[in-house]
Design a protein around this ligand. Sequence first.
Ligand SMILES: NC(=O)c1ccc[n+]([C@@H]2O[C@H](COP(=O)([O-])OP(=O)(O)OC[C@H]3O[C@@H](n4cnc5c(N)ncnc54)[C@H](OP(=O)(O)O)[C@@H]3O)[C@@H](O)[C@H]2O)c1
Length: 331
Amino acid sequence: MKDPFLALVAQQNEKGYSVAAEELHPSDLNRDAEVLVEIAYSSLNYKDALALTAKGKIIRRFPMVLGIDLAGTVLESSSDEFKPGQRVLAVGQGLGETEWGGYAQFQRVRANALVRIPDPLSAEEAMRVGTAGFTAMLCVLALERNHVEPSDREIVVTGAAGGVGSIAVHLLARRGFKPAASTGRVQLEEYLRSLGATSIVPRDELAKKGGAMQSERWAGGVDTVGGQTLANVFAQTAYGGAVACCGMAGGHELDTTVWPLILRNVSLLGVCSINTPKPQRIEAWSEIARTVDRDILGAISRTEPLSKIAELAEDILSGRVRGRVVIDVNG
Ligand SMILES: NC(=O)c1ccc[n+]([C@@H]2O[C@H](COP(=O)([O-])OP(=O)(O)OC[C@H]3O[C@@H](n4cnc5c(N)ncnc54)[C@H](OP(=O)(O)O)[C@@H]3O)[C@@H](O)[C@H]2O)c1
């Protein structure tokens, strides 16, 4: 193991905190965490960008190594669950918030936070998925558990050109659904259709104020936007449908009524990826590995060095990132 090694660390100061690359030593890492991981890749999620730019209250203690995702190889383990040489990943589970995260060349991680990278995915592919794609899978599984089945009626995905949205469109298409991609970037139609979108819905169409019950349009939805967009998707979902709500890229408020719930049997499903219990995490990752087309996963993502993270964080917060960004922690 390298000593010292590089990590991106947030340090508290009088103004709040600042983030910079620092040299850390193995003895700096959390001895209570059972597994030492040599990290190959992390990723950039909306939440990482909020932490990097201090625009959201993500970090719960200082100093903090940022990065809510990581993938790499086990170097040492005092847990029976993991052996040196195994390929592992972690998404959420407090990384980058309460526990040191993935923007580092090495990290000690609690065994409970880790899962094996399922074949045939590589560490880089696991991070192409990352928290965003894992959340997309949780949304799809939530819809399926609520008896939303493939049919001629479309499932609308909002914020479709973003990380969660792109992977949700792709996963839905691969599982036989017809995903309608709602986007503010209609110029990305070709990209979204290549992921499996059956139609493109301009963002404005779902963002304007609408009635509490509207014409039945969707079999369900995966919503990453929140606010009026979610209220409209909920009001347009057909009898017996469901909407999985996981994001707030457009707003955290929700102005709606009980009508779709009690007159159309529509379910509003909350999805949180951070504290997903281990059995559900293992199930979701195995479904991801089974469902994704790895070539399309490649087309959804690009890999960038950790040295570019500040610029990339501004881009994702301004909605300029298409799909997913993998972070090479050695770059
Ligand atoms: N619940 C969870 O566990 C969980 C996990 C991961 C992410 N999230 C949340 O899900 C959301 C999306 O995350 P992400 O990683 O996919 O981020 P992202 O890559 O930045 O994607 C967000 C997308 O939302 C759309 N958008 C941005 N600003 C908007 C606005 N003002 N109004 C309407 N649409 C807007 C854009 O898509 P178009 O260009 O296509 O319009 C953008 O690409 C975030 O709120 C994030 O915090 C939640």
